[in-house]
Ligand binder design. Sequence first.
Ligand SMILES: C[S@@+](CC[C@H](N)C(=O)[O-])C[C@H]1O[C@@H](n2cnc3c(N)ncnc32)[C@H](O)[C@@H]1O
Length: 226
Amino acid sequence: MSMRTMVRAALVGCLAAIAVEPLSAQPGGRGRLPGDVALEKGPLAANEFEKNALAVLTDIAANERFRNVPQHDGRLLRIFTQSLNAQHVVELGTSTGYSGIWFGLALKETGGKLTTYEIDAKRAATARENFEQAKMADLITLVEGDAHEEVKKLTGSIDIIFLDADKDGYVDYLNKLLPLLRPGGLILAHNINPRMADPQYMEAITTNPNLETVVRGGMAITLKKK
Ligand SMILES: C[S@@+](CC[C@H](N)C(=O)[O-])C[C@H]1O[C@@H](n2cnc3c(N)ncnc32)[C@H](O)[C@@H]1O
């Protein structure tokens, strides 16, 4: 094959790859989807509760003024939560409740609860309204205030910790909450990429022999082994 033919073939390959990655039309989606996510189909409601919750998620995404997780991450949070049969999930950074509703979809099935923390009063108020709309007010406790202080009041076992607040606070949240995480529990940290990840957080989750960590699609997934 000549050099020119090889270059043309490579260009056609790139264009084809771009063409099969549609722009996200899904709630919470922003911009071009990763190739593997583009293979997925949207979530399907199995009952009226899910139908209503998915409509609320679509509405939040459509009117989104604040940064929420993309839809494919929300779906992953739900899958982790239900497959662990989680009874208590703790979220740092509620914003307007988008990720919280994904947790709620799983917790409805497991009989568990979400405790979620938000420092901004306006976002907290919107999140409360969204949880009401999604009929999840009984599943979710929203704590308004600085999570670094508020989490000190937590007692009891946690199945999943979701870090999605101040990025330079992840180490502090880890230190305060890891003792409460049950063996086999997960710490999920959002916005983990070479640009945004706090090196100290990465050090903490990758050098402790009691933790197993992988980073996939901007999420650090850490298992507490024992
Ligand atoms: C990226 S948003 C969370 C998005 C949300 N998890 C979702 O996907 O729907 C981060 C939120 O963390 C909140 N936050 C930042 N620092 C905080 C703190 N110290 N305590 C509680 N919330 C905090 C911000 O006000 C913001 O609403």
